[in-house]
Design a protein around this ligand. Sequence first.
Ligand code: BG6
Length: 514
Amino acid sequence: MTPPPPSPRRANPLRDPQDRRLPRIAGPCGLVLFGVTGDLSRKKVMPAIYDLANRGLLPPGFSLVGFARRDWADQDFAQIVHDSVKEHARTEFREEVWKQLAEGFRFVPGDFDDDAAFDQLRRTIHELDEVRGTDGNHAFYLAIPPGFFGTVAKQLKEHGLTDTDGDSWRRVVIEKPFGHDLASARELNAELDGVFPPETIFRIDHYLGKETVQNILATRFANNMFEPLWNSNYVDHVQITMAEDVGIGGRAGYYDGIGAARDVIQNHLLQLMALVAMEEPTSFEPEALRLEKQKLLASVTLPRRLDLTTARGQYLAGWSGGEKVRGFLEEEGIRRTSTTETYAAVTLHVENRRWAGVPFYLRTGKRLGRRVTEVAVVFKRAPHQPFSETAVEELTHNVLVIRVQPDEGMTLRFGSKVPGTAMEIRDVNMDFAYGGSFTESSPEAYERLILDVLLGDPPLFPRHEEVELSWQILDPVLEHWERKGKPEPYASGTWGPASADAMLARDGRTWRRP
Ligand code: BG6
């Protein structure tokens, strides 16, 4: 018998230019950062750039241009980046790496509607192409409020900054919120699509850059023991939790009027749900992966009674980490009459054969008991137990918990016999912890995502169809809450409002207390 031809996907990794095990290093390029004084730039983007440089993943001539309404020289900007790196970088500070990186720093002062500043930006980029060899390849990172995305995009176009020649590229990076409902998301997408070709727009959802989130795909599709159970025959329900112990901090301006559902469920939690529930993609090419996520999101529906199947709350004063903390309405910059929710929970269904009848419960909140993000797949109980009732009295459901953070790993909970002469079965946990299995430490989500932008590698970035589908799911919930008025109060340091517990109790279930 002649052996079957080798599968095209099993190409020799030594020869395959796509071999994902080799470190991927960005080619000649630069990044222009709008919004350099904001939290996102200081805490995430700048440190990630340094960490990438420190890991040898940026080209030697990499350049970073800051753009802001500040009367700064290049050195002042370098000082800002320096302080942010010292405070927030993941990897150790090395003088030689810093020096080489800082040689590529430039600053352009100006407003978003200042034509002269955008001309200056064009000249600066051109100069960098000459002296640093960035080759005309530049990404524009808009770490600014979304209300300015349209203006900046238009300015970039009008001042010739989006023009490319030969093989050079221009890309734009934007951060959520991508609109505040379906209609505004569509408007925003249309504005950007008018300036940048769709494949050059990178929408960051930083959860997709997290190692543990990417590992959902590896767990499901690289193994044979989970996928056969991953359906309504065996799964009772799925709980997706993103709990934070912090309050809104200094982000009142952003948060008031936005709230927990728009801030987190519309993006991070629905993306997590898509990865957990989607079908196997034909490959891990961007198109294939996004297509499956999109198909899943298009099959998500809400139950009819939103009053019984959703919950929202607002934190009161209380205790957090042993400290007395104030309530949301007492936070600086928050309207005393604000009805913005700081806790949100929704029940979702997936209308397909795999998930028929399996609820997905998503919840998120600030000032909860502790910081934890996890996906818990809760299995149905065994259909028959050949034990006495008392033997299995303490046995609950089998659960697979994907621990996204902070204690990254997975836990499998199942029943086991308690040692002794009697037959008594109790839940036990089997744990996989990243720290115990790998010596490599996980890069920050922003390192991975910024590198992907510079490499032009789009699978981890949601495209505009996914963004719009997510709003389509959430809009009726937001409208329902708007009609209801005030969210239910909950004390800081607890696990949210009573209505969230009631929501699950009606289905005969309880939230996990991680
Ligand atoms: C952001 C939200 O997207 O994610 C914040 O806007 C939230 O409100 C943050 O605090 C949490 O991110 P992480 O990576 O710390 O879980």
